[in-house]
Ligand binder design. Structure first.
Ligand code: BGC
Length: 348
């Protein structure tokens, strides 16, 4: 029977905890301790949403470490948008004897390579945020996914627009033609959150009986600067005809706001994002962002950690993460406007 590395006792010296190839190991000690080793690779560490999720995951590990009196070594690597770098990082986690590997995939359609390697070494994997295709998830029972449902995010985003429109039709439908002319800022091609959020935001407007007319859509890869450039071009092309700017995430919505601000335009269309990152909530307070959808970075970070920890220590995963449905953990979204934000803040 294979003995899990965490069950062995390590004399861990600071000197042997190497920081290799963009990776950072967050725990070191000179004492003899019981230790769990978790490998974590991120598609792009400077992504706003991902770095906030990483922070919550690290806090969950620290809290558990204190509570269970165990050393938790988190080896965090940035794949820097490169799938082959990420594959190498996973290989290194395997050779370092990690008990579990957490993967935020660069290319979500390329999970089979990683799954097969981990399966051969009998090391469970927790994917997150970038959902592997179902066929890959079925390759092995010890593969899990933690994320949020993009369909729900798209619907809630459209609900914010629908509510603002119903309350103030003349303000939103600027040309008073009974239809909403919109532009759509999309995340990365092939990312489930880009395609599905886009699709359901527009479907939901239709289900709400609101006619929508697309002026343009563009990929801005989740990035504020790319969104800024696209929106500047759209403003030049469509001017006041833009009535709604849908954005698949908050960073790109902030890029749209940057565009209007930098051109000195005062009368804006409705701009809506997804994630509820701190800078987006600030924009909501300032009235530059009309709404966002809370994407639970904390809940996801905690669930990834608890699942990984249970797998690494051979505990019952269902007990560790009660929301686990088969191989999946889904964290739900909530729509946020200035009004709901103020209500939340006054009640907490
Ligand atoms: C988030 C984006 C983030 C992307 C990274 C999405 O779920 O909404 O902000 O850039 O994940 O994969």
């Amino acid at each position: 029977m294979k003995i899990k590395p965490y069950k062995r006792f390590y004399a861990v010296l600071l000197a042997v905890l190497l920081c290799l190839g963009g990776c950072r190991t967050s725990q070191a000690t000179t004492q003899t301790v019981q230790q769990v080793k978790i490998g974590l690779t991120l598609y792009q560490q400077d992504d706003t949403f991902i770095s906030s999720l990483q922070g919550y995951l690290e806090s969950a590990a620290k809290a558990r470490e204190a509570q269970d009196n165990i050393k938790i070594s988190l080896n965090i690597c940035d794949a820097n948008g490169n799938q082959s770098i990420q594959n190498d990082q996973v290989e290194r986690f395997i050779s370092q004897g990690c008990d579990v590997i957490c993967v935020n995939e660069v290319d979500r359609t390329a999970a089979s390579v990683i799954i097969d390697k981990a399966k051969a070494a009998d090391i469970p994997i927790v994917f997150f945020n970038r959902e592997p295709v179902e066929e890959d998830m079925q390759r092995w029972k010890q593969v899990y996914y933690v994320g949020s449902r993009p369909r729900e995010a798209g619907i809630l985003q459209a609900d914010i627009v629908a509510e603002l429109y119903r309350k103030n039709p003349e303000l939103v439908d600027r040309n008073q033609d009974g239809r909403l002319q919109y532009v759509m800022l999309e995340g990365e091609p092939g990312h489930q959150d880009a395609a599905v959020r886009t699709e359901y935001a527009i479907k939901e407007l239709g289900w709400q009986g609101i006619e929508a007319e697309k002026l343009a859509n563009e990929i801005a890869n989740w990035q504020r600067s790319q969104a800024f450039a696209k929106v500047v071009q759209w403003i030049e092309k469509f001017g006041d005809s833009i009535e709604v700017v849908f954005s698949n995430n908050d960073d790109m919505a902030l890029g749209a706001i940057d565009a209007y601000q930098s051109l000195g335009i005062e009368d804006w269309p409705i701009i809506v994002g997804i994630d509820a990152t701190p800078p987006a909530l600030e924009a909501l307070r300032q009235g530059t962002l009309a709404g966002t959808v809370f994407n639970d970075a904390r809940g996801q970070g905690q669930a990834i950690f608890e699942l990984a920890y249970a797998l690494a220590t051979d505990r019952d995963v269902q007990q560790a993460v009660p929301e686990l449905e088969g191989q999946y953990v889904w964290k739900s979204h909530t729509g946020i406007t200035l009004k709901t934000l103020e209500q939340q803040e006054s009640s907490s």
